[in-house]
Write a protein that binds this ligand. Structure first.
Ligand code: NAI
Ligand code: NA
Length: 393
């Protein structure tokens, strides 16, 4: 069929298999130029189909030659109806891995459930024995708790006070003021239940209990801090509480991995256009100004450049770069550089519907957003028929 983007709010209902494949290939060629000699060998990536998780998987496989197992939650294709982008990304990843002679298997299901954890353990036992790296890169609006069965929903709200700032509808370029009401009821514990560290810890407990973690195992989860201007809705908001919890969980997991000499880290990553970040108010406007500034300074990175730097300079470096006072890995260092933040703050004052196309990189934002679904990818002929029924092999 011929596939076009079908937008509904902050999501795109369709995905293009050829565009998704091209994105995966572009990421692979980036890491192939940056080989990692002493990298991981057997890797589990939880949240492996899009964003930072997909780029982590590509870096491990094509940068370090690792065998990878990916876990994710994606829609399969139906006749006349496309799969989700993460599904097509994985179709392409498996195809490329198979050409390169790399082991790759994937599990499509709810990572929060006991069943998917068990299925993953069984697969590791059967094929790999153990894993030496576990990447935890889930981003989800909901989590069904495995013990209580309660469906927790995360929210993106400030705490105690309402918050007003500018925001952009990146489809139309219209900048407006948005006011977000503070969290109420169980918003904070619910958001912590979904995006905090409990499930990360449950995964590591299950893997350790089953004896499928190698000595010196490393596990990493991803966090965000961001600029002062998004603090009320991000780091000091409900999601920030979940990130505090996630970061505190790293120390607990390291403690539990003592007998294996294992370590758990949190890496604080840069703000990037992903399906998750486009849903946060104010953040897309910040990102479009940030992109402009970082591109001008030649320090812009996408998820693959970020993950490659994480593996090279931190996780597998002979002399790992310094961590911050809280023990976190900081690959948001360029985003938070003083000159970058000062430039963004200056642009923020003057940004409006009239000025955004000159002072911001709205086009870069939109292109990246469309790219997430395999659209607007250079070199793809969108007038050509493609097979929507491509399946993971
Ligand atoms: P994403 O939306 O691109 O990826 C989420 C992944 O989780 C996908 O593979 C998806 O299939 C999987 N997933 C979601 N629910 C699942 C479930 N129930 N079971 C199994 N798999 C499930 O998200 P992104 O942006 O890559 O986020 C990953 C992590 O990085 C998150 O912790 C996020 O907070 C963090 N981060 C994101 C930043 C950004 O600007 N996008 C910046 C810094 C950190
Ligand atoms: Na991810």
């Amino acid at each position: 069929m011929i596939i076009e983007p079908k937008m509904r709010g902050f999501i795109c209902l369709t995905a293009h298999p050829a565009g998704c494949a091209e994105n995966v290939k572009r990421q692979i060629s980036y890491v192939e130029s940056q080989k990692l000699p002493n990298g991981p060998k057997k890797v589990l990536v939880i949240g492996a189909s899009t964003g930072f998780g997909l780029s982590s998987r590509i870096t491990a496989a094509f940068g370090a030659g690792a065998a990878t197992i990916g876990v994710f939650f994606e829609k399969e294709p139906l006749e006349g109806k496309t799969a989700s982008a993460g599904y097509y990304n994985t179709v392409a990843f498996h195809e490329e891995a198979s050409h390169a002679g790399l082991y790759a298997k994937s599990i499509n299901g709810d990572a929060f459930s006991k069943e998917v954890k068990q299925e993953t353990i069984d697969l590791i036992k059967q094929d790999l024995g153990t894993v030496d790296l576990v990447i935890y890169s889930l981003a989800s609006p909901v989590r069904k708790h495995p013990e209580t069965g309660v469906l927790h929903r995360s929210v993106l709200k400030p705490i105690d006070q309402s918050y007003q700032n500018k925001t952009v509808d990146f489809h139309t370029g219209i900048v407006t003021d948005v006011s977000i009401e503070p969290a109420t009821g169980d918003d904070i514990p619910n958001t912590i239940a979904v995006m905090g560290g409990e499930d990360w810890q449950l995964w590591l407990e299950a893997l350790r209990g089953a004896g499928v973690l190698a000595p010196n195992v490393i596990t990493v989860a991803y966090s965000y801090i961001g600029p002062e201007l998004t603090n009320p809705v991000y780091r000091h908001g409900t999601i920030g509480r979940a990130k505090d919890h996630l970061e505190a969980t790293a120390a607990r997991i390291t403690e539990q991995l003592k007998d294996l000499n294992g370590s758990a880290f949190v890496s604080v990553n840069k703000a990037l256009v992903t399906q998750s970040s486009s849903a946060i108010p104010v953040v897309p406007l910040y990102i479009s100004l940030l992109y402009k500034v970082m591109k001008e300074k030649n320090i812009h990175e996408g998820t693959i450049e970020q993950m490659s730097r994480l593996f090279h300079d931190h996780l597998y470096a002979a002399q790992p770069a310094a961590k911050d006072a809280q023990g976190r890995i900081r690959i948001d260092d360029w985003e938070l550089r003083e000159d970058v933040q000062a430039a963004v703050a200056e642009l923020w004052k003057g940004v409006s519907t009239e000025t955004i196309s000159q002072i911001g990189d709205l086009k870069g934002y939109k292109d990246d957003f469309l790219n997430l679904f395999g659209f607007s990818v250079p070199g793809i002929d969108y007038t050509k028929e493609v097979d929507e029924m491509a399946i993971i092999k």
